[in-house]
Design a protein around this ligand. Structure first.
Ligand code: O7M
Length: 211
């Protein structure tokens, strides 16, 4: 089964809660990032916790180990179940996020390669492969890999083996749902769902990957 993860990139608390609630039966987790948390505060977690779904904090954490640790503590104390961090800051910094996550019984994922066109400037030429290797050595739970480049997902799968791969970039960014769903453990979808006239109906349509 491939998971469907809703990227809840909205700026309005009530709209975010409404979309998440209506989509809840058709999704496996909710990813919350800077847009929603900066607009509403960390208390948005309280609004979403009643959904009974894992909440993933996408702060792409990228600081020194001590600051990464403090950020991760704040994330898990707020009630999140998982955190996403960058790996380019080095194994010690990434490991700080992983350790805090595991101490809280949560999970940590490392960005191996991003989905937008500009990502090729720095992530290609061996960097994404090194980040995937780092994720394995830091005992991260998985990586983020681009739905816009299925060939790259396959390459990164060779490195991370059975570890989880979550993949954003389906729909609005051009990635094909069915192609990507066969390669990854979870697909992260934002605009295709929350900008749809009927977000729940769109989530239900996309949830065919869960079967
Ligand atoms: O479906 P979209 O394009 O509206 O949203 C995609 C979501 O995935 C959005 O929250 C992005 O910030 C996120 N994302 C990417 O689009 N590309 C990446 O390379 C990485 C992420 C991400 O989730 O990183 C953890």
């Amino acid at each position: 089964m491939t998971e469907l993860i809703l990227a809840l990139d909205l700026l309005d608390r009530k709209q975010a809660a409404r979309v998440a609630e209506s989509c809840a039966p058709f999704i496996d987790a909710v990813k919350v990032g800077y847009p929603l948390v900066l607009a509403t505060g960390l208390s948005i977690v309280d609004d979403l916790s009643g959904l009974g779904l894992p909440l993933i904090a996408d702060f792409k954490v990228a600081d020194i180990p001590n600051t990464n640790r403090l950020i991760s503590e704040a994330v898990f104390s707020a009630g999140f179940d998982a955190i996403i961090a960058h790996g380019f800051v080095g194994a010690d910094a990434a490991r700080a996020c992983v350790e805090v996550a595991h101490n809280h019984g949560g999970a940590a994922y490392i960005v191996a390669e991003m989905s937008h066109p500009g990502a090729t400037e720095f992530f290609h030429g061996g960097v994404a492969e090194r980040l995937a290797t780092l994720a394995v050595s830091c005992r991260a739970d998985g990586i983020i890999a681009p739905a816009t480049r299925p060939d790259r997902i396959s390459r990164l799968r060779e490195i991370v083996g059975e570890k989880t791969i979550y993949s954003p970039g389906v729909g609005a960014q051009g990635g094909d749902l069915d192609t990507v769903a066969r390669l990854v453990d979870g697909v992260i979808v934002g605009r295709s769902i929350y900008e749809a006239e009927d977000p729940a109906a769109e989530a239900e349509r996309l949830s065919r990957i869960r079967r």
